[in-house]
Design a protein around this ligand. Structure first.
Ligand code: ARG
Length: 466
């Protein structure tokens, strides 16, 4: 390739930092090799499948195909062993590999690009990369779900306060709370599976945008590359980046779930709550305050969500309003996806470790579960069930009991029977059976409720699917 570097003086308006003319800037804005070298393995796999198909269809000779495949495999090991020199002048991974192939095998290298364009080539490489990343994400979410299932099983009976508005609401079990996250990450994983189905079509052979006059076999390359089938519209094929946006939106939703978990861990591990204690492996100390144990990993997971959301918005904005088919704007897709993928992987891995390692303080949770009049709803339900009151009236009676307990500085269960009967004459000493937190959670047997028996059913449901 000719060296087009221009040595005339730099542009007066914006060339201060450039030693040479505008070509240096052009090279800098144009080149993607700095980040798309990550796609080398996918690029080589795609080229081997393409060359093999070209020979099978009689478009190139078997000898040329053998040289091409051998040369590409050599390049693969050169890159893997760090013995490949990437050149920015060659713009991107596709041209870096093709130029090296020409050096290695001579003129036969020039036949590889028959019946294809960098437009379908990059669409292929990136799709293969995103597909592998989705498969990795699916496995990692399965690991996180498994960690929660183990903790849920261990704590199917451990009571804790359930919150709404972060105010004590009703007692729940820690196992039930863990299973809430299993539902969230289970939905994330099913979104990942759907995304794999959506992108499972091979772009190669769409060529620049219109298809090709060569008698290629796109079903053959699709099969060789592990895709379900080839894409059906060559214009859409080189224009589409919604597979990448779908990955980012799934990452953003999962990141949002992870950030809620991160926030709960931050709250639970404060000395004031003391519900969990993070292992040394997932916390840090303070350089000035010796008593501190900081939940840095959880905080960073919470923060990674910001990066992932940024990537989603960036790519949506890059793609918005682009005319069909390919435009160079689309080269900006990769860094967003690479960065979000790295953040998501780290966040899931850190959370899986934290969930597995943290020590759960069941005594603290139980004590907190009983405070804040958390069994008030149970008293109201008892009045409906045993004394036949309409729920609204029962709610009012219970409110008076809570106010009285509050003024006496005691719990509902500590109010003397005479006090309760003064509020409503139908109350008997049987009411004390429902005022404990254990009785409260055990009574909530409705499907999906917090009773240990129900939680165990949900654990069994997910174990069979994990
Ligand atoms: N580096 C380019 C990208 O990532 C490859 C495709 C270039 N195609 C073109 N027509 N210039 O998008």
């Amino acid at each position: 390739m000719a060296d087009t570097t221009d040595t005339k003086s730099s542009n007066q308006m914006w060339g201060g930092r450039f030693a040479s003319g505008p070509d240096a800037i052009m090279e800098e804005i144009n080149a993607s090799i700095g980040f798309d070298k990550k796609l080398f393995a996918q690029d080589i796999r795609g080229s081997i499948a393409h060359a093999t198909m070209l020979a099978h269809q009689g478009i190139i000779s078997a000898e040329d195909k053998d040289k091409i495949v051998h040369g590409l495999n050599t390049i693969l090991s050169e890159i893997e062993s760090g013995n490949f020199e990437f050149s920015r002048r060659l713009e991107d991974i596709h041209m870096n590999i093709e130029a090296r192939l020409a050096t290695l095998i001579g003129p036969a290298a020039g036949r590889l690009h028959t019946a294809r364009s960098r437009n379908d080539q990059v669409a292929l490489d990136f799709r293969l990369w995103v597909k592998e990343e989705l498969e990795k994400t699916e496995k990692m979410l399965t690991g996180l779900i498994a960690a929660f299932l183990d903790r849920a099983e261990e704590h199917a009976e451990s009571v804790m306060p359930g919150f709404t508005h972060l105010q004590t609401a009703q007692p729940v079990t820690f196992g039930h709370h863990c299973m809430a996250y299993v539902e969230m990450f289970g939905r994330d994983r099913s979104r990942v599976r759907h995304a794999i189905e959506h992108l499972d079509e091979s772009p190669i052979g769409a060529a620049a945008l219109a298809g090709t006059g060569y008698p290629i076999d796109r079903h053959m390359t699709a099969k060789a590359l592990g895709f379900r089938e080839p894409t059906r519209n060559s214009i859409d094929t080189v224009s589409d980046r919604d597979f990448a946006i779908e990955f980012l939106s799934i990452a953003a939703i999962s990141g949002m779930h992870l950030s809620r978990l991160a926030e709960e861990i931050v709250i639970w591990s404060t000395p004031q709550f003391g519900f969990v204690r993070l292992s040394d492996a997932f916390s840090t100390g303070s350089s000035i305050m010796p008593q501190k144990k900081n939940p840095d990993a959880a905080e960073l997971v919470r923060a990674k969500t910001g990066r992932i959301n940024g990537s989603l918005v960036a790519l949506l904005t890059i793609m918005k309003g682009l005319p069909l088919a390919y435009s160079k704007d689309m080269q900006e897709d990769k860094e967003q996806v690479f960065d979000a993928a790295e953040s998501l992987e780290l966040a899931i891995a850190a959370m899986t470790g934290m969930v597995r390692d943290m020590t759960v303080n069941t005594a603290r949770m139980k004590a907190a579960a009983g405070s804040g009049f958390s069994t008030a709803t149970d008293l109201a339900d008892w009045l409906v069930r045993e004394a036949g009151l309409p729920f609204r009236d029962a709610h009012h009676v219970t409110g008076r009991a809570v106010a009285l307990a509050e003024s006496k500085g005691c719990d509902l269960a500590e109010l003397p029977l005479a006090d309760l009967q003064a509020i409503h004459s139908a109350i008997t000493d049987k009411v004390y059976d429902v005022l404990t937190v254990e009785a409260s959670v055990a009574s909530r047997k409705s499907f999906g409720g917090t009773a240990p028996s129900e939680v165990r059913k949900q654990i069994a449901f997910w174990r069979a699917r994990n």
